[in-house]
Write a protein of this length. Structure first.
Length: 222
């Protein structure tokens, strides 16, 4: 873990929809810190500073130092609520951590060596099935990201979770439960077959039998 992030927050005494609305109008973000042996703490943070931190991918998988009224705590992000169509964070949840206890975190995957894969020369394409993986480790061993090497893939090859090289101190949660999911593969492109078109079948029109004899004329009245 190389990146370090320090955030500041103030204790938030007012709660509820109206209070949160006023906080957001002032370009602040409401949040909550919970976990550990302490009670949950409601906080408020500066939206601009928080947005700059959120622009860094490593922020989501790092141990953060959050100073609340000047008192630092070690936390990780547990949940982010965003506005459905505006670039605004609506609420954050932070979880207090103990540096001596393992924790579960979702870590992004970085795929490397794709352009060197031999299967590409054969006309294959690479598909990614996962973009992050849940791991379990001590906070000090938490990586910013996990590299997945695709440089040796031939046509028809797969990379599974069990193929990812990690230090022994880091455990992939899915593998611990016997779920060796595929991460990526190299395969031929899928060609969409056009459905066969058949000429429309015309409905049979019943034949009309025409009599050879002309109908008798009705004598007109004189």
């Amino acid at each position: 873990m190389t990146a370090t992030f320090e955030l500041t927050a103030d204790i938030r005494n007012q709660v509820g929809k109206r209070a949160n609305r006023r906080i957001r109008t002032a370009d602040k973000v409401p949040g909550t810190v919970y976990g550990g042996d302490k009670e949950a703490t409601n906080i408020v943070m500066d939206h601009l500073k928080l947005s700059k931190a959120l622009a860094n991918e490593a922020f989501y998988s790092s141990i953060l130092t959050l100073s609340i009224n000047g008192q630092p705590e070690k936390v990780v992000i547990k949940a982010i609520q965003r506005h459905p169509f505006k670039p605004r964070v609506m609420h954050l949840d932070f979880f207090r951590i103990n540096m001596n206890e393992k924790l579960n975190m979702h870590i992004p995957l970085h795929f490397v060596g794709e352009n060197k894969a031999p299967g590409l020369v054969q006309g294959g394409v690479i598909s990614h099935y996962l973009n992050e993986v849940e791991i379990r480790c001590l906070p000090a061993d938490l990586p910013e990201f996990i590299e997945v090497d695709l440089s040796q893939l031939n046509l028809g090859d797969y990379v599974h979770l069990s193929d990812i090289k990690l230090p022994s101190s880091i455990e992939i949660v899915a593998l611990a439960h016997g779920d060796d999911k595929p991460v990526a593969s190299l395969h031929m492109p899928h060609v969409m077959e056009e459905p066969e078109t058949t000429a429309p079948v015309s409905a049979e029109v019943p034949a009309i039998e025409v009599s050879a004899e002309a109908p008798e004329e009705t004598a007109g009245k004189e």
